[in-house]
Design a protein around this ligand. Structure first.
Ligand code: SAM
Length: 431
């Protein structure tokens, strides 16, 4: 099935055009920062009220964002935002301005306030992020199901004030934003007890709930921006009017090896969710380091999905919920044998959902959803959703593809049934 996102080619043409002037990394940076500047202005998140009409105007918006909240200071960091060390010529600026202004209806970069389109635009613009780090956005309809399988039961168990979740390969934050929305409205869906929190309190609580880490400094910065932009938009305010104490807990680090990153300290999350990279690491030294750190799962030319699975389990509290959309290659190839027969059986597997037949934009690799609780297996039931056939054609709206709809319906039906059984059992215990 075709895995090239439909708009990728026009984004790549734009980058090529600008790259002749400033080089590839700065071209991606200029192209994306221009979309961020439009986003900030269009949604009233910054003081500037005019759409950026020059490279200097883009830089001014970034400068303002960097000062608007401590979590956004990275907008001034040339490592994350290489445009600071590469001035743009007029021809390149004209191409960029036309792309985002004239083509806004098509490219949609700055439109959605929670930045889903900005995240997708970064993936489409940056070949390096796609090829070297496997950036591949998790569509919101998948993120939502992953969270229903993990964050929802975790929140039911420990309460919305206490629950903590992390995505240790969070990219630009698609899963984080879905988790933020989930955490913010949890009590409004009639769950839990006590008074409904006010809008401010629910935003602050949602920001405290979600955490993320990514190797890519710009993706991590964008995830922070999206969390704060969404918070400000809900309050109809600018980002600099948010309390500076409100967090955007997203760090830039190599999650597999950064032992000193506080967000990656083991055993602190009730819920760990991810769509980790499936690639193998090209650099032999890095591969050796990861193999040494994860000897139980990383053998031969292992794909990163396996050490990421072990990392995700290690981040959870005992009994914590872990849900991952991952490559199913380990189920079919030799490198997965030990993983399947020795490693996974140590944990309480809840769900195996075959998503290999579903059309997931950008995901050329066949996938599976695995859900575990981090504790020894309890009972002998694992719920499986088995694939029968793939999508007959590429669906116009992938969220409503025949295969995905059937999967989502089957899972939600079972979840509802489980909730009902639990409620009836509780009622019987009380009576
Ligand atoms: C499939 S994407 C994840 C998408 C994201 N979960 C979302 O919600 O859209 C994989 C991500 O893993 C990141 N990554 C790759 N290797 C990593 C590592 N060693 N540590 C942390 N992040 C890594 C990439 O930068 C990329 O953003």
């Amino acid at each position: 099935m075709n895995s090239t996102p439909p708009l990728s080619r026009s984004y790549e043409r734009l980058v090529q055009l600008v790259a002749d002037d400033v080089g590839n990394a700065a071209a991606v940076s200029w192209a994306h920062a221009t979309a961020v500047a439009h986003h900030g202005v269009r949604h009233g998140l910054v003081a500037a009220s005019e759409a950026p009409a020059s490279p200097d105007a883009v830089r001014r918006v970034l400068d303002e964002l960097a000062g608007a909240h401590p979590a956004l200071s990275g907008f001034l960091d040339p490592q994350a935002v290489p445009l600071w060390s590469a001035p743009l010529n007029t021809t390149s600026w004209t191409a960029l301005a036309e792309f985002w202004e004239a083509g806004a209806a098509v490219h949609d970069g700055p439109h959605r306030v929670d930045g889903y389109r900005l995240g997708d635009a970064y993936q489409a613009l940056s070949r390096d992020a796609r090829r070297s780090r496997a950036l591949c956005q998790t569509p919101p309809w998948i993120a939502e199901l992953l969270l229903e399988l993990s964050l929802e039961p975790a929140t039911d168990e420990v309460g919305p004030q206490n629950v903590r979740m992390i995505d240790p390969a969070c990219g630009t934050g698609h899963i984080l934003l879905s988790a933020f929305h989930f955490a913010r409205v949890y009590r409004r869906r009639g769950r839990g007890t006590g008074a409904l929190p006010g809008t401010q309190a629910s935003i602050e609580r949602a920001l405290q709930t979600v955490r993320g880490v990514d190797l890519d400094p710009y993706a991590a910065l964008l995830a922070r921006y999206r969390l704060l932009a969404t918070s400000a938009a809900i309050l109809h305010s600018r980002i600099d009017q948010l309390p500076p104490s409100w967090p955007a807990h997203v760090a830039c680090a190599n999650s597999l090896l950064a032992r000193d990153e506080p967000l990656l300290a083991p055993g602190q999350y009730h819920c760990v969710v991810g769509n980790p990279p499936y690639i193998t690491v090209a650099d032999a030294r890095q591969r050796d380091l990861i193999r040494k750190a994860y000897p139980r799962v990383a053998a031969g030319k292992f794909p990163l999905a396996l050490p990421f699975c072990e990392l995700m389990f290690s981040l959870a509290v005992p009994g914590g919920h872990v849900a991952q959309l991952t490559s199913n290659a380990f189920m079919k190839r030799e490198f997965g044998r030990r993983f399947v027969t020795e490693y996974l059986p140590q944990f309480d597997m809840q769900w195996v959902i075959d998503t290999s037949g579903a059309y997931i934009p950008g995901h050329g690799t066949p996938t599976v959803i695995l859900c575990h609780r981090v504790r020894p297996p309890q009972g002998d039931t694992v719920i499986t959703v088995r694939g029968v056939r793939g999508e007959p054609t590429i669906p116009t709206d992938p969220a409503r593809g025949k295969v995905w709809s059937a999967i989502a319906e089957a899972v939600r039906y079972r979840l509802a049934e489980n909730r009902l059984k639990k409620a009836l059992a509780q009622r019987d215990n009380i009576a």
